[in-house]
Design a protein around this ligand. Sequence first.
Ligand SMILES: Cc1ncc(COP(=O)(O)O)c(C=O)c1O
Length: 381
Amino acid sequence: MNDTIMEKYRREFPIFKHAHYINSCSYGALSHQVEAAYGDYLNCRRTKGADWLYWCEIHEDVRARFAALVNAAPDEIAVTTSASASLSSLISALDFSGPRHRVVTTDHAFPTEAQNWHAQATRGAEIVHVRERDGQLDLEHMAELVDEKTLIVAVPLVCYRHGVLNDIAAISKIARKAGAMILVDGYQGLGAVPFDVRALDVDFLIGGALKYLLSSAGVGFLYVRENLVAGLYPLQTGWFAQADIHAMKIHGNEPAPNARRFEQGTPSVPSLYAARAGLDYMLNVGVAATRKHVQGLNRALKDGVRALGGTLTVALDDVAQGPMVAIRSTDDHALVAALEADNIVTSCRDGNLRVSAHFYNDMSDINAVLAALEKNKALLA
Ligand SMILES: Cc1ncc(COP(=O)(O)O)c(C=O)c1O
């Protein structure tokens, strides 16, 4: 990204006037555009009161943009209210009573993913976890666990604890070889890591709008491969999932023929305004360009941490490094607070400081983080 473009980006995200915001793994920074979109919603409420037709249009616009982001068709996308809602709606349509009842999840799972699978034990599911080896998923272990009893393999694109980017192509090969389906939780990568559901041969993908997609809490999505939709009958449903939302039938349940059948009730309308604006911004910037830019920043950050005598939670090459870099700390909450005192916004999990750059970050942010780490060396593990 050249200097002029970077200046423009940083002007459009006002937080950079007073802070080094390097925390997109937690929440993307707020742009003028997304703020204006929230304003449009309020203006609509103030002047028109309700505009359901237009709000349904925005819902479809958001669906189309999620589809474009991951090379899916809009009919393969359900727009939901969170990644958790996406997953639980999908899971309600899976059958764990047959010979294929094993779920292979991983020790990289975000809690909401693992918890949803474990909740299925009462429906006959057997849940097993692929372990980590040196922070990375042990794919040999995965290959041992995935067998003819396996219904589905579920894996995050990027681990929320330490930023490892999983090799989805290799994992879908393991799943396919055993005839199992594959679900990816893309939340910690989408927007910062290119993702193509077709090229990666993925059946299901969940994610949401608030991190690298720059938008708002209240909007998630579910991708379902087209040829699987008709065979899945969600038990968690609602009127927005019906073939005809306006039919208002109460003597039956007629799910939509497309992935809309995984939706439920009234969408989070204010968040949809924000999601459309955020997705537009991100699609405009470009995910491939962002990946390259962030890889450069992360190389500099990691070199700097090593030079300070700090420890990277998992030592990763460019390919396996997700957008977030995790740094070991003796007290991660104290380290986040110490950085905050220097106007640097980061976050932490599991004993790790998480530094997550996006396209709007530059070397001034990395240098500020490194200077603050040097000042707080005692908190580096
Ligand atoms: C990898 C991952 N999956 C899922 C979630 C949770 O998403 P939601 O709160 O939309 O259900 C998060 C939130 O941080 C996450 O990082």
